[in-house]
Design a protein around this ligand. Sequence first.
Ligand code: ADP
Length: 496
Amino acid sequence: MGQYIVALDQGTTSSRAVVFTTDGQVVSSYNREFPQHYPKPGWVEHDPRDILDTQIEALQEAVRLGGIHVSEIAAIGLTNQRETTFLWDRATGECVGNAIVWQCRRTSGIVDQLVSDGCGDLIRERTGLVPDAYFSGTKLKWMLDYYNLHEKAAKGELCFGTVDSFLCWHLLEGRPHVTDATNAGRTMLFNLRTQDWDDDLLKLLDIPRACLPKVVDSAGPIGLLDPAILGRAIPVTGMAGDQHASLFGQACMKVGDLKNTYGTGCFMLMNTGDRPVVSQNGLLTTMAWRIGGKPTYALEGSVFMGGATIQWLRDELKIITHAAETEGIARSIPGTGGVYLVPAFTGLGAPWWDMYSRGTLIGMTRGTGRAQIVRAALEAIAYQSADLMEAMARDSGKQPERLQVDGGASANSFLMQFQADISGIPVVRPVVLETTALGAALLAGLGAGVYSSLEETAAVWHQDLSFTPQMDEATRLLGLKGWHRAVERSLNFAEH
Ligand code: ADP
């Protein structure tokens, strides 16, 4: 048995590969960006060839940089940007067109129609998702309609897939047409309870079962890497969407375990165990992972403007030059002096769900300046995350004991301390911040028998820093109260 596990991390803007030791240390990594295509306003596409080429290059380069021999690689795991939709010819592998990226809004009209036809509750109940163009189902329908391919699809001559399926089909021996349960759960076609494609939803969207991949576990034998790529048929034994892999890489194995990834947006997931919790607060119900045929579920919420709020300070307000500067600026003052920034630039998500709220800077006085605004921007990331956490606690009936963090903005220790203060629980940052890739590697290790239990994979996770709450309760409640008053002022502002 080899001593390394390689994770492929196919993201929205780049393809990445990371070589890990079996005790979770990074040996080498390689990242390759690829172009985004915006053929019309609101449309986003990827060229499938770019995805494939950059992912193969990343894999080969990461292994080369690691100076390891391919015979030492025990397994490969795969994680990916979710929901992005591919459709290809089963005989030739040729895609019918560019992939439609998760951000693409072209199918909003299809979703509006479903909702006005009264299908919203059915979708929510079966899939755990809020009906939205974000998910793959309507993107696939759009492709079948636009390219007039319903008949061909019904004959089984086409393959639909998200990035995981697309990569497995092209990179593995024997071209398996598979997806893992976490990715399937983001299609708006997958029934969370039966763990199968839902015939009622397929009928609603006029999608034939014959074009859908087989749904497999997130850990377990999936296939062998085509030996043409690295010179050896290495087992691929782990697969999960990026946020699910990150939950696994954060070792959130127990019910109530919670992680937040602070990237451009923030993604918070809470493990809810073998029970799919239906949210009363606008959160999504999703798969955590499926192992040994046994589904583990999660609640998911996202903050649209996380690190993007800091990009706004830099690129639009131009009051900072680097994101990292914000930490020192925020620390240079004792507080915002009652200033709040609600970065509802594109509306607010859970628990508010108001598409018409807009960015609001409120509570300013004559003394308000750059430092207060920068600090309010950082605090806003934490306040929004605190609201998600509160919604998760209410929905699940579980008070989380701590919050595990990763992502670019988790490097900001002011932000992490403020998060701990305002949420009233410790915030814990791991040694390996590449939790998404680590999660894919751990799933693959579990699937290959490198680890024999969830406990063994969890033992690979190591804490770096823990931020313990230091704010007194009265100050915390006052801060939250001010934030919620500011959010109220931002709601329902855009004309509609
Ligand atoms: P993504 O994966 O979404 O591209 P990353 O995890 O790479 O995002 O994080 C990048 C985001 O984090 C950017 O929006 C950036 O503004 C923010 N960011 C990076 N470093 C810091 C920092 N030290 N303080 C605050 N925000 C930061």
